[in-house]
Ligand binder design. Structure first.
Ligand code: PLP
Length: 386
């Protein structure tokens, strides 16, 4: 496939990342080093939490959050049907059972009411996913979790700098997990961060991301000598990735502003097209980090998504889909748990009838006009054909 003039996403790396990486590569420490610690400190301060632990991916952060809480066989974890498979896979890695719930048609988020209907005596945790960067209604969800003593994990993979009131995503539950995949709000190439205000949980995650060593490289009394009192993984971030992350973090605020401006410009332009609905980026106390803009097509299926995507791609505009199917209807989950089409009507509608459009800082001036024109053109062709 040819690269698009307006790609859906694009990593944005400048000379400062290249210089920072070169400095690390020329030095003696590539792993277990001070740059990761510096990045963790800066990220914790940025989000407003006491602890941030760098990890190898968003997925490993989700897994460590459940694993460190000792969630395992016989336990149930509530997960929204509309998410990346990583959220549910993390539960599977622990041999616990993901219990899926449908999402809110206003925003694609999990709701407290939907959670309530699935709580059983085996439920141990709720994984909330801030869909495309809009925080879930955390006041209600946290009150519900407190009532049932459930551990709240925020999957904030797409929600860096999203706000709920004055609080940032990642500081809204017991633990928050971020992804720094190349086209996310900020990247470390692959990588992620776990945030929490719970010192014991932070310590447990820190140990379990590095084999379960009792002492890190920095705290060993004798070099190379350690014990392993608990099971752990190799889920560390390396120094090169952390160096990229520090540079990206410094530019994050300015980039988020551009995303917001782009989102609102595209939303306003698309408002002239009756057939398209767009989620509001500010809903109640929640303010989105505007990962991308989902253009929602009519629920009656009167517009074929493939036709519109084909026209956008023909005009050199990249698109994506979030997400390509409700996770419980992915083959692995259907076969294992017997979920059936029709059980998650909102997630099924959103996954079949939305087009994810770019709003990240790489889009050129006037992108919103180009996108709206291509969509209008596609709708015109569809109407003529029918
Ligand atoms: C909601 C959500 N959670 C988790 C992930 C996985 O993150 P990573 O690729 O860093 O493992 C993604 C990836 O896009 C995501 O969208």
């Amino acid at each position: 496939m040819q690269p698009h003039n307006i790609p859906f996403g694009q990593p944005m790396l400048d000379q400062d990342e290249i210089d920072a990486v070169t400095k690390v590569l020329k030095g003696p420490i590539l792993a277990h080093g001070p740059v990761c610690l510096e990045f963790e400190e800066a990220f914790a301060k940025h989000i407003g939490v006491d602890h941030a632990i760098s990890v190898s991916s968003g997925t490993s952060g989700l897994h460590l959050s459940l694993f460190s809480r000792q969630i395992g066989p016989g336990d149930e974890v509530i997960v929204p049907a509309m998410t990346h498979v990583a959220t549910a896979h993390a539960v599977e890695y622990c041999s616990a059972k993901p219990v899926f719930v449908d999402v809110d048609p206003k925003n694609g988020n999990i709701t407290s009411d939907a959670i309530s209907s699935e709580i059983t005596e085996n439920t141990k945790s709720i994984m909330v996913v801030h869909f495309l960067g809009l925080p879930c209604d955390m006041d209600k969800i946290n009150a519900n979790a407190e009532k049932h003593q459930l551990f709240v994990i925020e999957d904030a993979a797409l929600a860096v700098d999203a706000l709920y009131g004055e609080t940032k995503a990642g500081a809204l539950g017991n633990v928050g997990c971020f992804s720094f995949y190349p086209i996310k709000h900020m990247t470390t190439i692959e990588g992620g961060m776990v945030t929490t205000n719970d010192p014991q949980l932070a310590e447990s995650i820190r140990k379990r991301k590095a084999f379960g060593y009792d002492h890190s490289h920095q705290t060993r009394k004798k070099p190379g000598v350690y014990d392993v009192p608990i099971l752990g993984y190799n889920y560390r971030m390396n120094e090169v990735e952390a160096a990229v992350g520090l540079c990206q973090l410094a530019k994050l605020k300015q980039k988020l502003k551009i995303r917001e401006t782009n989102y609102n410009a595209l939303k306003n332009t698309l408002s002239a097209i009756d057939e398209i609905t767009v989620f509001d980026p500010v809903q109640g106390k929640a303010r989105s980090s505007c990962y991308c803009l989902n253009a929602v097509l009519p629920q009656d299926g009167s517009l074929n998504r493939d036709d519109i995507v084909a026209e956008l791609n023909a005009q050199n505009i990249g698109t994506s889909v979030h997400y390509p199917g409700p996770v419980p209807l992915m083959t692995y989950y259907q076969e294992k748990y017997g979920y059936k089409p029709g059980q998650f009507p909102v997630a099924e509608w959103l996954s079949a009838q939305t087009i994810s459009l770019p709003v990240a800082p790489h889009v050129p001036d006037g992108f919103e006009i180009k996108i709206a024109d291509a969509i209008k053109n596609a709708i015109h062709k569809i109407r003529k054909k029918n």
